[in-house]
Design a protein around this ligand. Structure first.
Ligand SMILES: O=P(O)(O)OC[C@@]1(O)O[C@H](CO)[C@@H](O)[C@@H]1O
Length: 389
């Protein structure tokens, strides 16, 4: 990285901090929600008890000897962290590992009857079929007669603010969605983004949440394909359920069905995407690294080569932002271009702010935010940004 010395990596061991609250409060709440969502048997309940106990008082344990992804986790730092408290290792690592262990506890990785059953699916489906989603899809009818550039802008902002819909975030902050969003962006490289989206070949979109975030992401892709703004799109989703509402291939299928079954304009977007999947205009990928506990600076060669070949990579959401810039205590005015210099091609972050990490702010912007809200603006989910390099 050029001139910027790395800032300290964020750990979860400071009581009262946001990362500490995620490990100490959000994770047990997620386990409670998962227990209630399915009629699991005694074996799963025992495993979930053990996970809660381990997270609260114990240490990170080795994966089972027969785990099919044991080698992968070894390469991702497992051996270094085994035996240490969940709170004392990089927060990005311990959070990510929590979801791997949770899926193990409910039998997701099998073999057995619960293999492949997404423990978060009931809440994802509830959101996908909510009144709010109906309203967002109905809004497409009003947009139909507007000029293309206006539609692009509306769909881009739909995708950006769709990131507020995050089921994990809502678990630890029930009032989050009710709080009014602040429409002025804390950083706005929208012009640079629009330039990159002119006559582009391949757009990679690294997706974040399913449901009310994935729907606007898909609408944006359908619109850009339909108007020849991009030639093809590659949608990167998670290979397994992650951070409660992160999108998997099954969620893409649910979202496409939701669109094709909807009344009005939405169905046309759905049908176009369905055919784009068939003719290669839209490809879905689920690379193992998408669930890695590591920053994008550590991209493996095959993923790196794929992103290097894209005209633009759109990185959605808070967790992807942490992985893009590095989950570190950067001074907020640290240049976004410097901390993303490792990324193999043009990249844009579309994110609502839901964790402490932030870069690329003007000194005046930071000062105004702090004067108005203390440090709350970093995690409240009410502010958003578009940053491009
Ligand atoms: O990536 P997303 O869905 O926008 O947000 C994920 C999130 O809710 O989870 C993490 C904390 O657990 C933070 O990165 C953020 O608060």
């Amino acid at each position: 990285m050029p001139d910027t010395p790395p800032a300290p990596v964020i750990l979860g061991n400071e009581p009262g901090s946001f990362p500490h609250s995620v490990l100490a409060e959000r994770h047990p709440a997620i386990v409670r929600q998962v227990r209630e969502a399915f009629p699991y048997g005694p074996e799963q309940h025992r495993a979930l008890d053990a996970l809660v106990e381990s997270c609260a008082k114990g240490v990170i344990e080795p994966l089972p000897a027969d785990a099919s992804d044991g080698d992968r986790w070894a390469a991702w730092g497992m051996d270094e962290y085994v035996g240490r408290s969940w709170f004392d290792v990089p927060w990005l690592w311990s959070e990510s590992h929590f979801y791997r262990r949770l899926l193990d506890a409910v039998g997701y990785f099998g073999p057995g009857p619960w293999q492949g059953i997404d423990p978060f699916r009931p809440s994802k489906l509830a959101e996908l079929h909510s009144r709010e989603t109906d309203e967002e899809l109905a809004a497409l009818d009003d947009l139909a007669d507007r000029p293309v550039a206006e539609r692009t802008e509306a769909l881009l902002h739909g995708s950006l603010w769709g990131n507020r819909a995050d089921l994990g975030f809502r678990l630890s902050d029930a009032d989050a969605e009710a709080r009014a969003a602040v429409p002025g962006l804390v950083a706005d490289d929208g012009d640079a983004l629009r330039r990159l989206l002119t006559d582009a070949d391949t757009l990679c979109l690294i997706a974040d949440n399913a449901g009310r975030e994935l729907i606007p992401d898909l609408l944006l892709i359908a619109h850009l394909l339909a108007h020849g703004t991009i030639r093809r799109a590659v949608l990167h989703v998670k290979p397994y359920p992650y951070y409660v509402s992160d999108a998997t291939t099954a969620d893409v299928v649910d979202a496409l069905r939701r669109l094709t079954d909807a009344p009005g304009e939405a169905a046309g977007y759905g049908r176009r995407l369905w055919s784009a999947m068939a003719d290669g205009g839209l490809t879905v990928r689920a690379h193992p690294f998408s669930c890695a506990p590591l920053p994008y600076a550590d991209l493996p060669d095959d993923f790196r080569a794929e992103l290097a070949a894209a005209t633009l990579t759109l990185v959605k959401g808070d967790l992807n932002y942490r992985r893009l810039v590095g989950d570190r205590r950067w001074p907020p005015t640290t240049a976004f271009a410097e901390v993303t210099a490792h990324f193999p091609g043009p990249v844009a972050a579309l994110r609502t702010l839901k964790s402490d990490v932030i870069t690329g702010l003007g000194a005046d912007t930071e000062a105004a935010l702090v004067a108005a809200e203390g440090q709350r603006w970093r995690t409240s989910g009410t502010h958003a940004l578009i940053q491009v390099r």
